[in-house]
Design a protein around this ligand. Structure first.
Ligand code: M6R
Length: 599
C-alpha cells in the first residue's frame, strides 16, 4: 500500500528521494511523486507506472533542495492518473503533502472547501487535507497550528508528511498508518518502513497514533490529542537481519521460497526460547484473527490446537470479526497473525478483542510494527524481510510458530503421550533438510507447471491438516498468475464443485499418505471419471497414485501434523513457475499491495 519517504538534511534530496521511495516499492503502487523545497519554492514531479519507468520520465535534477517528500500511491479514491498521484498541493502552491490512509469524511469537507473557493485538481480523498491546512493558515498564520486545526476536522486514518515553502522542515503526523523517523548525522528521514533509510542510519523511532513530529534542525514530538510533549524511545535496527537484493535469483518470491530452510531454522530457535517466557492464565477457547495467507496459517493452526490441546478454536477473518460484536471473555485466548503487523483489519480486530478484555498473543514478522506494540505478547517469526507480495516464507514461519505453540502447551496436558510430542519436535528439527530436498526437485515442478499455463481455472483440493494448504496453494496461484483458482476440501467436491469438472478444469490434489489418503483417492477417481486433469502432491514411494494422477510431485514422508509445512513448498514453486511462463509481474502482482493499511 502507499509508501512515504521524506528527507531533511544537508544533502541534495532528489536522488535520495528516488532511492528511498524505490525501497518501498514492494508495498505495491501504481504511481509515484516527489516534492522538494528549493529557494523558497516547492517543485513537484510525478509519474504513473513503476519506478523504473517513472525515474526515466521525471527530471530528478530538477528535484533540488535539502528538504523533500516522496510517495508511492496505491489507488483507492480515483483512477491511476498523474493528477491523483501525490504530493497534493494547496491552491497557492505553498503547501505539499503526501498521505497514506483513507479520509472517511472527505466528501463533506470537499464540498465545504469548494464553496469557500478552493480548486481541486484530483479525485482523491487526500487533497482535502492540504486545502484544509491552507484554509486554516489564513486564520492561524502558523503552519504547525494550522495542521493541528485541520486534523481536528478529519475522520479516518492517515500518515502524513507535509512541507510548507516558508517552513524549514517537515511536519509528520500519524493516526493509524505506520511511520518512522530516522535520525542521521544532522539529517532526518521519514518513512513507512525503516528499510528505506537503513543505508544512512539505523537509529529511528516509531511515530505513534495522534503524534505530530516537527522536523527542523531537531525533532520535537507531541501528542496532539493530549497536548503534551512526548519523549520518544530511539531504537537501533539490526541491519544484518535485513537481507536485500536478489542475489542469483530472478525474483524475490523465488529467493524467499529458497530461504525457507534457513528462516524456519531461525524461527524454531526464536520461538522455542520465547515459549518459556509466555505465562498464560487458564483459557478454555482460542479465537484467531488474520487476513489472507495469515488467515490460512491460523486455519491450519486450529487443527494443531484442536489436536494437541483439545480446545475449541474459532478461526475468524479479522475483517469480519471486527464488526460482528464477537463473544469474547477472560477465558478466551486471542491469537492474531500478521506478517507485516500493519494490516488495518487485523489491527482493528486486536483492538476490538482487547476492548472486550482478551489477552492478545500475536505472531508477527516485523518487530517494530503496530501489532507488536499493541499485543500483550508477541512471537517473533524470523522470516526476515519479505519483499514478494505473495507471502511464502512468512507463511511457513507462522505455521511453525503455531505448531510449536500447540506442542509446548500440550506437554502440560496430562493425557498427552510425551514420546509422541518428542517425535514431532525431532521431525521439526529436521524440517529444514527435508524442505531442501523438496526444493532440489524444482525442475520437475517447472516442467509440470509449463503444461498448465494455458488453463483459465484450477481447483486445489486437500483434506484434514492439508485442507488449509489447498486454500493457500490456490491463493498463491491466483495472486501471481491471475489464473482463477479455488481451494476446497476434497470431500466437498461432490456437494457442488464437481459440476465444474471437465478437461478445462485441472485439479491439484494434495494426496499424502495420511489417514484420509484412501478417501482422497476416491475423490481423484471421481475427477478422472469426468475427464478432469490431475496433478497430485504425493508421498515419496507412492506408486498407486500414478493410476489416478496425470502428473505427480513427490515429497518426503512426514507425520500428518508436520505435513502442511512441507506440502506448501511445491505449491509455491508451482504457482511461481506458472506465473513465470505467463510473463507476469511476480513480485508485484497487479492490484495487490504488500501491506494492506486500509480497510
Ligand atoms: O501482513 P499480513 O500477514 O497481515 O497480510 C495479510 C494479507 O494481506 C496477506 O497475507 C496477503 O493475503 C498476501 N498477498 C498473501 O500472499
Amino acid at each position: 500500500m502507499c509508501g512515504i519517504f521524506g528527507y531533511k538534511g544537508n544533502k541534495d534530496t532528489g536522488a535520495l528521494l528516488v532511492e528511498g521511495i524505490t525501497k518501498l516499492d514492494y508495498r505495491g503502487y501504481d504511481s509515484a511523486g516527489f516534492a522538494t523545497l528549493d529557494k523558497g519554492k516547492i517543485h513537484v514531479e510525478k509519474g504513473v507506472g513503476k519506478m523504473k519507468e517513472i525515474s526515466k520520465k521525471i527530471n530528478v535534477k530538477k528535484l533540488k533542495g535539502k528538504i523533500g517528500i516522496a510517495h508511492t500511491r496505491w489507488s483507492t479514491h480515483g483512477k491511476v492518473t498523474l493528477e491523483n498521484s501525490h504530493p497534493h498541493m494547496s491552491c497557492d502552491g505553498k503547501i505539499a503533502l503526501v498521505h497514506n490512509g483513507i479520509i472517511d469524511n472527505y466528501q463533506v469537507l470537499k464540498e465545504r472547501l469548494l464553496k469557500k473557493g478552493h480548486t481541486f485538481t484530483s479525485e482523491t480523498d487526500t487533497e482535502v487535507i492540504v486545502h484544509l491546512i491552507e484554509d486554516e493558515m489564513k486564520k492561524v498564520k502558523d503552519f504547525k497550528k494550522s495542521v493541528i486545526k485541520a486534523l481536528e476536522q478529519l475522520k479516518g486514518m492517515y500518515a502524513l508528511v507535509i512541507i510548507h515553502q516558508d517552513y524549514d522542515g517537515m511536519i509528520v503526523v500519524r493516526r493509524g498508518s505506520p511511520l518512522l523517523v530516522g535520525l542521521g548525522e544532522k539529517e532526518f528521514f521519514v518513512s513507512s518502513d525503516v528499510i528505506s533509510f537503513l543505508p544512512y542510519t539505523n537509529k529511528a523511532f516509531v511515530i505513534d497514533d495522534n503524534e505530530l513530529a516537527s522536523i527542523t534542525t531537531k525533532v520535537e514530538v507531541e501528542n496532539i490529542v493530549e497536548g503534551k510533549k512526548v519523549k520518544k524511545k530511539i531504537q537501533k535496527f539490526n541491519i544484518k537481519g535485513i537481507q536485500s537484493g536478489l542475489g542469483n535469483f530472478q525474483h524475490f518470491m523465488l529467493k524467499e521460497i529458497y530461504e525457507q530452510p534457513e528462516t524456519l531454522r531461525k524461527t524454531y530457535a526464536k520461538i522455542s526460547s520465547q515459549l518459556k517466557q509466555l505465562h498464560l492464565k487458564p483459557f478454555n477457547r482460542v479465537v484467531t484473527v488474520a487476513c489472507g495467507t495469515a488467515y490460512y496459517a491460523t486455519l491450519t493452526g486450529s487443527y494443531f490446537f484442536e489436536k494437541f490441546l483439545r480446545l475449541p478454536v474459532d478461526v475468524e477473518y479479522a475483517s469480519e470479526f471486527r464488526y460482528k460484536n464477537p463473544v469474547i471473555d477472560d477465558k478466551t485466548l486471542v491469537i492474531a497473525v500478521s506478517q507485516s503487523g500493519e494490516t488495518a483489519d487485523t489491527l482493528e480486530a486486536v483492538r476490538e478483542a482487547k476492548k472486550k478484555g482478551a489477552f492478545i498473543v500475536s505472531i508477527c514478522n516485523v518487530a517494530h510494527s503496530t501489532m507488536v506494540r499493541e499485543s500483550d505478547f508477541t512471537f517473533h517469526t524470523q522470516a526476515g524481510v519479505e519483499i514478494g507480495v505473495a507471502s511464502t516464507k512468512a507463511f511457513t514461519s507462522q505455521l511453525l510458530t503455531l505448531l510449536l505453540f500447540a506442542l509446548y502447551f500440550a506437554k502440560f496436558k496430562d493425557e498427552h503421550n510425551r514420546e509422541q510430542l518428542v517425535m514431532y519436535t525431532n521431525e521439526l528439527l529436521g524440517l529444514s533438510d527435508t524442505i531442501k530436498k523438496v526444493l532440489s526437485g524444482f525442475s520437475d515442478i517447472e516442467k509440470i507447471a509449463a503444461k498448465f499455463t494455458h488453463y483459465k481455472h484450477a481447483l486445489f483440493l486437500g483434506r484434514g491438516f492439508l485442507y488449509p494448504i489447498a486454500l493457500e496453494g490456490a491463493l498463491k496461484l491466483k495472486e501471481i498468475s491471475y489464473i482463477h483458482a479455488e481451494g476446497q476440501s476434497a470431500a466437498e467436491l461432490k456437494h457442488g464443485p464437481i459440476a465444474l469438472i471437465d478437461k478445462d478444469m485441472p485439479c491439484i490434489f494434495i494426496a499424502l499418505k495420511d489417514k484420509l489418503y484412501e478417501k482422497v483417492l476416491i475423490n481423484m477417481e471421481e475427477v478422472k471419471a469426468r475427464g478432469g486433469k490431475i496433478i497430485a502432491i504425493a508421498t515419496e514411494g507412492d506408486t498407486e497414485i500414478k493410476k489416478f494422477a496425470d502428473e505427480v510431485i513427490y515429497i518426503p514422508h512426514v507425520s500428518e501434523e508436520v505435513s502442511p509445512l512441507l506440502a506448501i513448498i511445491p505449491l509455491q514453486l508451482f504457482a511461481y513457475f506458472v506465473a513465470l511462463r505467463k510473463g507476469c509481474d511476480i513480485d508485484k502482482p497487479r492490484n495487490l499491495a504488500k501491506v494492506v493499511t486500509v480497510e
